[in-house]
Design a protein around this ligand. Structure first.
Ligand code: HEM
Length: 228
């Protein structure tokens, strides 16, 4: 294996650090987003007010929606850095295997670890659909981004059960992705002793269950009529 200290991007350790740091940024966004979504339980006026406020963060220091666009740019770069480092590391791991396996060995590791790539692809497709659903309103029956509460209620209506099912499946895939991702990131960032690994396992489990559980409350609340 060739390891160079010239550029952090060229070394596999540098790429793993990039993957961990970009992953943490994305998890921070998810945490704030999930907590914000829970405002749906405070009613239509309050939720729409909150969604409108999201576009005005930073005013009067900067014009309306500037903060939103800075956030979008940071998230886009984080996602690109995350996917690119994953792809390069996977290619290096394949290249480091001198001879292809004649028979593929039984895959080691947990279910979450084995599904990182496809989990990531599902989450990416979900984000594209989700933006067209709630941010632009293009695929939403209400189709008015100025009425986010109405869009969420219409989006998870019972006759659109297949959309809700897609959301639930994507959120479960995201949960597995986070579970293994947070564990790996914590190991990369220093939790490498047996006690550190145990800590990383617990944190990864608690954070991913709390995040996905929080996200799932919204479609379930709409489906059961708690939010209407
Ligand atoms: C059931 C779960 C979810 C609900 C109900 C939900 C709801 C929403 C709503 C209402 C908006 C539009 C906010 C606005 O008015 O500007 C939004 C935007 C967004 N959501 Fe979600 N969301 C969920 C899960 C997720 C997940 C899991 C991700 C990422 C993997 C995500 C990523 C985003 C992004 C990137 C935006 C666009 C933000 C922007 O305008 O820049 N959401 N979501």
């Amino acid at each position: 294996m060739v390891v160079t200290t010239r550029s952090p991007i060229r070394s596999s350790v540098g790429l793993k650090a990039l993957m961990a740091v970009t992953g943490i940024l994305l998890v921070l966004f998810l945490t704030v987003h999930m907590i914000g979504n829970l405002k749906i339980f405070t009613g239509e006026i309050s939720f729409d007010h909150y969604a409108h406020w999201l576009r005005t963060i930073g005013v009067p220091l900067m014009p309306e929606t500037w903060f939103l666009w800075i956030q979008r740019a940071v998230l886009t770069f984080a996602a690109i850095g995350h996917i690119a480092s994953a792809a390069i590391l996977a290619r290096r791991a394949r290249a480091a295997r001198p001879v292809k396996y004649a028979h593929r060995k039984p895959v080691q590791g947990s279910y979450a670890a084995r599904t990182m790539r496809w989990g990531g692809v599902i989450v990416l497709l979900f984000v594209v659909y989700h933006i067209l659903d709630f941010t632009t309103g293009t695929l939403n029956p209400v189709g008015d981004p100025d009425r986010p509460y109405a869009q969420v209620v219409a989006g998870f209506a019972l006759d659109r059960w297949y959309v809700t099912l897609f959301y639930v499946l994507a959120l479960v895939a995201l949960g597995f992705h986070l579970w293994h991702g947070i564990f790996s990131a914590m190991r990369t960032l220093g939790q490498q002793t047996p006690a550190g690994e145990r800590r990383a396992r617990i944190v990864a489990m608690v954070v991913s269950v709390a995040l996905i559980g929080g996200f799932l409350t919204v479609p379930f609340a709409v489906m059961t009529g708690l939010v209407s």
